[in-house]
Design a protein around this ligand. Structure first.
Ligand code: URA
Length: 214
């Protein structure tokens, strides 16, 4: 896992910055018992990928995009001729956003709660923007790939619709953002043709980022 980033200094009048990502209380998710997952990769890096939020496998690995969505991303990276180790990967939210169902289930490993993935509300995306800004300053990417709507909105701080920006490059605050699907979208379909269309769109976005960053 990448070392935890140091928080940037407070600007006058801002809320006191958290001492570290682990101690962050800028939104209410810190109350969950799950650990935040910091971004990982070289600093600086020419290309930065931004997902939505860590899943259970990512929390265990301590790195973003290591679960099923990450495996699909690895297929996309191979096709786009990019090495994961050369990229900086992070998420709009550093904590996973889950609903915990009341009734615990019995598993082979004992009791465990049921976690249901939730799309984070704008207030949490906004609060976690503190860490994304810090990463952008440190990583200085020449191209940023926004994987899905939450990432696009986190990067632009605007309620943009992903479908309107697919295939385009969005310039925001001096950053070049390539919006594309979240890899989990391809995993949710059993239609092989649609899956391939989604994967091909992702590959095209990564190739575009590679060209922008060259
Ligand atoms: N894992 C991540 O790190 N990010 C996502 O958006 C999905 C899974």
């Amino acid at each position: 896992p990448a070392p935890e980033p140091k928080p940037p200094a407070a600007s006058p009048g801002s809320r006191a910055p958290p001492a570290s990502l682990a101690a962050c209380k800028l939104c209410g998710i810190w109350r969950s018992k799950w650990k935040p997952v910091a971004g990982a990769g070289p600093v600086p890096a020419a290309i930065m990928l931004v997902g939505e939020q860590p899943g259970e496998q990512d929390e265990i690995a301590g790195e973003p995009l290591r679960g099923a969505a990450g495996e699909l991303l690895d297929e996309v990276l191979r096709r786009a001729e990019l090495e994961r180790s050369g990229l900086y990967l992070t998420n709009a939210l550093k904590h996973g956003k889950w609903d915990v169902l009341d009734s615990p289930r019995q598993t082979a490993h004992g009791q465990s709660t049921i976690r249901v993935h939730k799309t984070p509300p704008p207030s949490e995306v906004e609060a976690c923007g503190y860490w994304l800004d810090d990463e952008l300053k440190r990583v200085q990417p020449r191209a940023i790939v926004a994987l899905g709507t939450t990432a696009l909105r986190a990067l632009t701080r605007q309620p943009l619709s992903l479908s309107e920006y697919l295939g385009q490059t969005v310039s925001h605050d001096g950053w070049l953002i390539v919006p594309t699907y979240h890899p989990a979208y391809a995993l949710r379909t059993s239609d092989a043709k649609l899956r391939e269309e989604i994967v091909a769109t992702l590959v095209a976005a990564l190739v575009r980022a590679r060209q922008l960053a060259a």
